[in-house]
Design a protein around this ligand. Structure first.
Ligand code: ZN
Length: 178
């Protein structure tokens, strides 16, 4: 499921709202800052981020070219997102709720633009910087079947190999799943 590109959705939709609430609740329960539908086994293009509890890594957001207090936009739900990256990149530590206790450095754009639909189906465009830019890139990757480990440098991947192996051994066998 995590490797599949997710299907586009058509907000507004009652079922989609229900899924959004489920994503938010699951994210909070797991003490995470973002979650995408494929991570709960549903291959649809919807995700949520909420960075309000992160104090040490700054974020910025602009809507319509004007700076806004990103905290007021959280939890941020987004459907059918398309991200435009900027050239300037930075390396920083990342984790993922689908890979408990696995952390490694990932290179991502410092600033991005994201076009998406909100839960009402309204087309939105925002610019994000800092941790918010990183979190959005991570979640949008999930909707395309791309994982943070795919974006790690070979040496970083090598260093997390033991942790990944441990995870695979803990996971229930699904070799018989269709
Ligand atoms: Zn993730």
């Amino acid at each position: 499921m995590l490797r599949q590109p997710a299907t586009r959705v058509s907000p507004p939709d009652d079922k989609l709202n229900e899924l959004a609430r489920c994503l938010e609740a699951t994210m909070r329960e797991a003490d995470g800052v973002g979650l995408a539908a494929p991570q709960v086994g549903i291959s649809l293009q919807i995700a949520v981020v909420d960075l309000r509890k992160v104090e040490k890594r700054p974020s910025s957001m602009e809507i319509g070219g004007r700076p806004v207090d990103w905290r007021t936009q959280m939890p941020l739900f987004f459907c059918n997102p398309v991200v435009t990256l900027t050239r300037k990149k930075e390396d920083a530590e990342e984790g993922c709720l689908s890979f408990p206790k696995v952390y490694g450095s990932v290179r991502r754009s410092l600033r991005i633009r994201m076009d998406f639909q909100d839960l009402q189906g309204k087309p939105m465009t925002l610019q994000a910087g800092g941790l918010l830019a990183r979190a959005l890139q991570h979640e949008v990757d999930h909707l395309q079947g791309i994982l943070f480990i795919d974006r790690m440098e070979p040496e970083t991947r090598k260093s997390i190999a033991p942790a990944l192996l441990e995870l695979m051994e803990q996971a229930p066998s699904n070799t018989k799943a269709s």
